[in-house]
Write a protein that binds this ligand. Structure first.
Ligand SMILES: [Zn+2]
Length: 217
């Protein structure tokens, strides 16, 4: 799939999964020094490939008739400061709940490690501004995900599939945290417990094959 076709496919999926509503949320894919991004003002499940603008790293429109998403400066800032090849930004419900009430999403589940650890909440700034882009860039340092105060979440990946799955995981972690808060005080994993998870992942259990029966069946 071309980058623009990927934007259409994952845009539809984001709407189907309830991660975005209406025209909120935007996706982009980098290819060389160009970035294909979802357009401004079009619902993500109504996209056609030719509707998706292509911009250069300075934000100049290279292809397409529609204007790029107003959040494009944030996407370009992320590409300028990371090795990411794709960015997903949504206003998903549980991510936004956490981003509205917390300064970080603590590691309450070991899958937080798949996002690089404790997810930071970038301080609030008006959408589409260089200030928000700078805050997000700082919050993403060493992470695949960040939350944006009173706004939503952003994830990055080596592919759009990876960035999209990171968004699903971020939303799941935020939902678990919010629901856990309704039941009691969620326990937070200690650095030692998280280190042990990394150790386990590096040295997975090995299950040797059963020796062949010398007497045949
Ligand atoms: Zn937004």
């Amino acid at each position: 799939m071309s980058p623009r076709e990927q934007l259409c496919a994952y845009g539809r999926r984001a709407v189907e999964l309830g991660l975005v509503i209406g025209t909120s949320g935007n996706l982009s894919v980098r290819e060389g020094d160009l970035v294909a991004v979802t357009p401004s003002g079009v619902a993500l499940d109504r996209l056609a490939p030719e509707m998706c603008p292509v911009v250069d790293m300075d934000g100049h429109l290279v292809e397409g008739d529609l204007q790029p998403s107003s959040e494009t400066p944030m996407h370009l800032a992320v590409y300028a400061s990371t090795t990411a090849q794709a960015v997903v930004h949504t206003h998903s419900v549980f991510g936004t709940v956490v981003a509205t009430t917390m300064t970080e999403l603590p590691p309450i589940h070991y899958n937080t490690l798949l996002l690089g650890g404790t997810v930071r909440v970038a301080p609030y700034a008006t959408y589409g501004t260089p200030e928000l882009a700078a805050n997000v860039r700082a919050a993403l340092d060493g992470r695949q995900a960040a939350l944006l105060a009173n706004h939503g979440g952003v994830t990055i990946g080596a592919t759009l599939e990876q960035a999209f799955e990171a968004t699903r995981l971020l939303e799941w972690l935020c939902e678990v945290y919010v629901r856990a808060l309704g039941v009691g005080r969620p326990a937070v994993l200690t650095p030692e417990q998280l280190d042990a998870v990394v150790e386990r992942a590096v040295n997975p259990p090995h299950f040797p094959r059963r020796p062949a029966d010398p007497h045949g069946l």
